[in-house]
Design a protein around this ligand. Structure first.
Ligand code: L34
Length: 292
């Protein structure tokens, strides 16, 4: 069994991007600049966004963090997005999700200029990705594919079972794994909450991508001997033994599943850090105008 080290791979990507920044500096090019908007006090969002800003600092990007109280109006938030859309120095903009209930995340996402949508959530980027055109690929699906690529895991002709159909992970990762490219060329089955016989289907999988957000959903009896298991879940669960009072749990019951796998990602230290590295990668593309 090979443990896929997302933390180490993400660090490697950051080193590559830092080198690229050095080159840009030497040639007097545009230093990548990421803006992140965080609304409210959600502890997980707070952690993720702070890590994203720190990542930028580590590799020499500029970053701007804009924080609002949870009671900011939708109109006010839209006005800020519009302002950043017009700001020539800012290459990429993300608005961390989830947003408070009174704000439509759809409206906000649609308001971001596709050229600055380094989260790849805008329908133009999703449509371009689905058509195989240059696009910002959402950070989590991009991170999953990058791990498969860097560990040289074969995907052509393999049966890939994706559990979960969210528009930011399950759906795009299914499209990407089936396209005519590497990683891809897989036969993809997508399972979700209305699939009656999930274990029967996952037992046929060469590659399982678990992205449903239910801690320890995938158990050993659901996994074929030698399968590749990618765990996208990062649920916060109470854990009194930890100083913070909580721990992170993936969608896979790691200890029992790992024994059967050829490759597996841990949580934490798997897909999560790769989500952040992919955001940095997309921001580099934005600074270089490589997509549009
Ligand atoms: N707009 N909203 C927007 N873009 C995104 O790409 C995200 N996402 C998801 C939630 N909302 C978003 C993230 O950034 C999930 N996500 C994310 C980011 C980072 C990590 C996990 C999920 C991560 O770094 N996880 C670490 C542990 C972090 C910790 O200590 O809590 C890990 O090892 O899994």
């Amino acid at each position: 069994m090979t443990l896929i080290d997302g933390k180490e791979t993400a660090q490697q990507i950051r080193l590559e991007l830092a080198e690229e920044v050095e080159k840009i500096k030497k040639n007097g090019g545009k230093i990548p600049h990421l803006a992140a908007i965080l609304v409210g006090e959600d502890p997980a969002s707070d952690t993720y966004v702070r890590m994203k800003v720190k990542d930028c600092e580590q590799i020499g990007y500029k970053s701007t963090l804009i924080r609002y109280d949870a009671d900011i109006s939708e109109a006010e938030l839209l006005a800020k997005v519009e302002e950043i859309n017009q700001d020539e120095d800012i290459d990429g903009l993300i608005v961390q999700l989830p947003l408070p209930d009174h704000i439509s995340s759809e409206k906000i996402t649609f308001a971001i200029r596709p050229e600055k949508d380094v989260d790849g959530f805008h329908p133009i980027n999703i449509g371009r990705m689905a058509k195989g055109l240059p696009a910002y690929v959402a950070a989590t699906p991009h991170g999953v594919l990058e791990l498969i690529k860097r560990y040289e895991i074969p995907t052509s002709g393999k049966h890939c079972v994706v559990i979960g159909r969210s528009d930011i992970v399950g759906t795009p990762v299914s499209i990407l794994m089936s396209r005519k490219a590497y990683p891809g060329n897989a036969t993809v089955t997508m399972c979700h909450s209305r699939t009656p016989n999930i274990p029967e289907i996952t037992r046929q999988a060469d590659i399982i991508i678990a992205a449903l957000g239910r801690p320890e959903f995938v158990t050993a009896d659901m996994v074929k001997e030698g399968a590749v298991v990618i765990d996208v879940g990062t649920s916060r669960v109470e854990d009194p033994s930890k100083k913070s009072g909580f721990g992170l749990k993936g969608d896979v019951k790691f200890d029992e599943v790992a024994e059967k796998c050829s490759y597996i990602t841990p949580v934490p230290g798997g897909v999560g850090p790769m989500t952040r590295a992919s955001l940095l990668y997309n921001t580099m593309l934005a600074a270089k105008n490589s997509v549009y």
